[in-house]
Design a protein around this ligand. Sequence first.
Ligand SMILES: *[C@@H]1O[C@H](CO)[C@@H](O)[C@H](O)[C@H]1NC(C)=O
Length: 412
Amino acid sequence: MAHRVLRCITDFFVYETAKSVVVKSWSVGIINRVVQLLIILYFICWVFMHEKGHQLRDTGIESAVMTKVKGLGKFNNRVMDVADYVFPSQGGSSFSIITSMVVTANQTQGKCPETEKMFKCTTDGDCMNKLGSNLGNGIVTGRCLNNSDGTDGQCEIEGWCPAEDDTVSQNPMKEVENFTIFIKNSIRFPLFNVTRGNFPSSLNKSYIQTCHYDPVYDPFCPIFKVGDILRHINQSLDSITDKGGEIGININWKCNLDYNVTNCNPKYFFTRLDAAFENSIASKGYNFRFAKYYQSEDGPERRTLHKAKAIHIEIIVSGDAGKFNSVPFLINLVAAFTSVGLATVFCDIILLNFHKGAEEYKAKKFEEVSDVMSEPASNRLYEGSQMSIKALEKRSNDSGTFSIGRRDPSNQ
Ligand SMILES: *[C@@H]1O[C@H](CO)[C@@H](O)[C@H](O)[C@H]1NC(C)=O
């Protein structure tokens, strides 16, 4: 047992040092050079194809977006202009275009019957259990307002009266398909201090006033027709005005600053952002409420409540820039050079396993030397392996190991 432990320890405490064996064999020599050549070719291709691999990258894009919607529509026999249908009106990167509304005019604070079906009185005229509900247009008082004809009535609520009835259907504003959205996007890559705009400042005024974005014919036109956007995402106008919806306009900047900065231009992509909830029962489409308040002459404060179905538009800016940098390039270069050594591994496998005379090569390559304690023993080692001494004279350029300052006994 102790003997085995000792063997284990002596086997562990060994040092391996490389020894160069020069093999004068045509077949292995050719394989070696071919493999080296292939590795070098591979790396040359790699460097050219992965141009971005040795660039310094800036992903911290800074962006500002300004929007302006234009167009006139008709809704409920009323002409609607931008101030009527764009919400909020500041012209930011996130806004809604209202396509239809349920308007409840002249509301005041008071008590009145609820309009929602779920707030019908129970058969015994009870409304109490509805108290505390977040649904509905007001706080349920508990009183049941039975209809005069004896049928079950609605529960009474306290709040803004008359209560909104949003079941009335309205024809959406169809003209929205001809509305245009002007987008001004300026970005900056802080690392390289490069500033760009989404359209060249050389575009003339008449072009900007009449053009519509098209990925092929007008890729720099910053004006987007709502109908065109819907076509790009394969949606019909009805599918989005029916319940409202969300559309994303992605502005993607991918800039290679090794080239002229005028080549740094954005690409536009369009997505239906609420596509994930297309089949959801709980929440479909996009709508919101807002109210306009006014003071009536006879006293109480009044408001007009609007429930709007809208196309919500979200402008999402993303991108990165790259520029040549020597550090990643050098790292790649060093990796390329060291990989040339892989040819040795490959040739060793062939030489030591599949080549004729593999056993002899193995014996030459792996030589065991026990601890050399005294001078005579060292001499014996030299005499014993003439081969290895001769090999010392030959320089092996491949592994870069050739002896310096070791005297060759035969030269004396
Ligand atoms: C949109 O514009 C086109 C061309 O000007 C016109 O033919 C079409 O009727 C317009 N659509 C609506 C809904 O007004």
